[in-house]
Design a protein around this ligand. Sequence first.
Ligand code: DWN
Ligand code: ZN
Length: 418
Amino acid sequence: MATENVTTNDRCRVCGESALWEFLDLGLIPPANKFRAELDDEADPYPLVVVKCQNCHHVQLKHTVDRELLFSKYHYYSSNSGPLQAHFQEYAQELESSLLEHDDFVVEIGSNDGVLLREFGDSINVLGIDPAENVAAEASKYGVETITKFFSTDVANEVRRTDGKADVVLANNVVGHIDNIDELMRGISSLLAEEGHFIMEVRYLPDLLNTGAFESIYHEHISYFSVHSLKKLAEEYDMELTAVERIDIHGGSIRAYIRHKSSKNAVGSGLEFKKDYVADLIDFEVGIGLSETSPYAEFADLTERRRDRIQALLRRLEKSNKSVVGYGAPAKGNVLLNYCGISSDQVQYITDTTPMKQGTYTPGTDIPVCSPEKFVNDYPDYALLLAWNYRQAILEQEADYREEGGRFIIPAPYLDVV
Ligand code: DWN
Ligand code: ZN
């Protein structure tokens, strides 16, 4: 293990408590998005241990890998997944019809290739913030101006000085990626207009636990939120969680609406019915024992069971000389492949729509990543659906493959062959 790019956190990132309960150790795993141009290139592994704070119950990684190493040159482009693009198109329309007004200023933290911001009409002023220059360059092709820095209070103040306060601050699948939560929240608090909304999408902890989706745990994902923990976090910064909704994206997420406690306006007609879900979901979380130990111990058991079943199936297929390829090379796929110890003997290659991933090798498992044409030109016996969060769309899109006798192995939420 390389030691220079990783630190151990002895205290809870939210409340500072030192009593942290380790409930899952996935071992040494390389950063999940470190696809390599050459097999000789480095993919150093780092510990992947998950802890729960015994005081505020915040679930988080024990270690922090240097963010420059994880995000500066980033292999993930949101627009390369059709269903995700559709999700953000719909989200932009929803925001325009329910919350946004003519000439509003919208800032997105972790704006990636502008997949969301590019969808707003000309009457909305948008600004992205994302540290990955290669990905931000893609956003600029769509006219989405992007500051290529990690979000911080300094960046927030810079934006405020130049463009004024933001009516809406968005953060999709990024709040959980930030080690210094205090810096994030102070920055948002300073940037957000008095009557503005901070809206985030984040993986929902109960969905992760219930599905045993251990592969959603990797070094980029530092915090795992519940409605309870988000509500407390908002309150610490004189903000309030006004509304929340569950969304069926990335294997189960929530969209949470936060604003300054001092806001005077009504939350807005678009949010009225989602207000009650805050209390409802907190009741649900109490009901499943989220502040106790059992859901986490069960998750750790389920993780091992899922690993054993996946390994057994792939060994069986290898023995019977079946061809198996991976479908989609998401970051979570690399955690699954590494934790299950899968090699290129079992999965010959992986197909992915992202040009930057094509021609590379997976970190830790050395499996070549190819373009989807290779799959279409020579259908394998089995396709291991690593991008299982897009199951429905991919099964529809690959109807021909299945008609010709090809079968998909769906590794999550439970192992299935269809
Ligand atoms: O938080 C994060 C989430 C939201 O996105 C990140 N830290 C990184 C990333 O995680 P991921 O890599 O697990 O995300 P996806 O969206 O599940 O990745 C899907 C991958 O599969 C992409 O590389 C595109 C590819 N794909 C494909 O090859 N064919 C996707 C679809 C839908 C397809 O048909
Ligand atoms: Zn804590």
